[in-house]
Design a protein around this ligand. Sequence first.
Ligand code: ADP
Length: 584
Amino acid sequence: MLTSQLFWRIFAIYAGLTLCTAFAFALTLTAGYRDLAYPQVEARQIDNAQILLPQLRKIPADDRWDFLRTINSTSETRFEVLTLDQARQKANAEPELADALAHRIGTSRRPNANALFQFYAIEFEAHGETLILRMTTPLDSVTENLSWISARLWATAFTLVLIGLIVTYVMVARIIQPLDRLTHAAEQMALGESPKGLNFDSQNEIGTLARTLRNMDRQLAQRFSELEKQSQELEEKHEQLATVLRSMIEGVIAVDRSEQILFANDTVFQLLDVQPQSFMRRPIWEAVRHPQVQKIVQAALSGQPSERVEFDVARTQRTLAMVASPLPGEPATGAVLVLHDVTDLRRLENLRREFVSNVSHELKTPLTSISAYAETLLNGAMEDEETCRTFLQRIEEQAERLNKLIADLIALARLDSIEQAFELEPVNATYILQKSIDEHQGVAKSKQIELISVAPNEEMEVIADSDGFQTIIDNLLDNALNYTPSGGRVTVRWRLEGEWSRIDVEDTGVGIPREHQARIFERFYRVDKARSREVGGTGLGLSIVKHLCQVFGGSIRVTSQVGSGSQFTVLLKNGQNSNGQTWM
Ligand code: ADP
């Protein structure tokens, strides 16, 4: 409390007031006594003059001195009679004489030889002579009384001041102390602590204030705990949301009303191939430079319902779809942009479209030929037996082509519905390879191509489906023989390579230009369409082979040089584990 400004201010005011009152009291009383005491002395002198003057007028001049001496000997006041001449001589220094000379009566109070005196002078006539009676009364006793009284008064005033100060201190302290505690409590509340010392129960304003503060504290504590709970819930929700956003395969961007990027999850940075620091806090039109994106963001910000746009990211060569939706508010407080990678979807769509158009085209060619031959036959060519035979042969060829095409398509369809269609097991590769080579020897001979095998002594097993494995080998051998001119050679090699069984089908044929090598495994892809048709190819063989290899958990690759030949290498899992036991 001793540090309380308010306390000292109020205390100073009260103390000042007490001091002033005591001073005023002492001063007023002292002055009052003085104003009463001096006129009383003067009044006594006038009374004395009234008694003395008739006697002085009567006594003969010669007895006057004795008379005065007698009186003077018994009285404190000194009486003297002066002639006008005497009076005039002294008038300069003694103003009561000057006044008496001028106005018959003169008074004065002045010190004389270190003591204060009251003088009274009056003019009178005696025996035809004008004289002046002067009385000189010492004021010693009055002055003594005055200083005694004023000493008592000051002592009283001092005591009163002291009592006043103590009372003031106690009173002010009684008012300020609770205020001080209330202030302290309010400060504690402001700091979020629970206030102490609010236990007044008086019925006055302080008590009411303390009770109000206590209520306020209770309510605040309640509000705080509610807020804390809410903020905890919010934090949990925020954490959940952050986890969801982090694990999303879609990119999520939030922009504010001025199109500034406020938030983006990690997927966004991957999809757009950007660095987070160069992306955040920038306007979206600067971060994603695409007019369509800008358009839908602006549409969303103007409150229009979600719009979708697709755009390509040149750097990653990916196609992204973006949906922009407005955030709630009128006008919208911002927008949320969701990014999907639709590259694979678009590629699949293109593939499907391409496939359908390829299939229709491939089917149409033999069908057109068949109907053309049939029409020509019906229009009279039938009459000529030779022509008829040729045309029917062509029809048969085309029908065979159709048959092969449809068989390949069925095989592909079967592959598309994969795993269930195959039961993978160790397959005797040596047997199937040998069988396939034997079956192709006839064609090889007719084309004067040497077809040989280079094989290890022991048998080799691969993890595959036996029909599927045979399809792989047959297709590779068909191709090798088809694209190798007569006089060439086709070599089939197989051996174990660690966990893998490696099969190479090598020819000395036309070879495949480098730029086509990666694409020959695509459906209907052919380096030379005319040649493929000529040899009865469908353009599906290698895509079936590649698909089968993948289903069997293996791979296929090609190395080739135009003019000198090609080598297809198939790697499949070895059917025997390192202990030589059969794989199950
Ligand atoms: P096709 O039925 O046309 O042979 P494939 O899918 O089996 O279809 O082969 C695709 C294309 O790859 C062929 O059209 C051909 O151009 C090329 N090709 C495949 N095997 C060979 C090979 N051994 N030598 C040269 N080119 C080949």
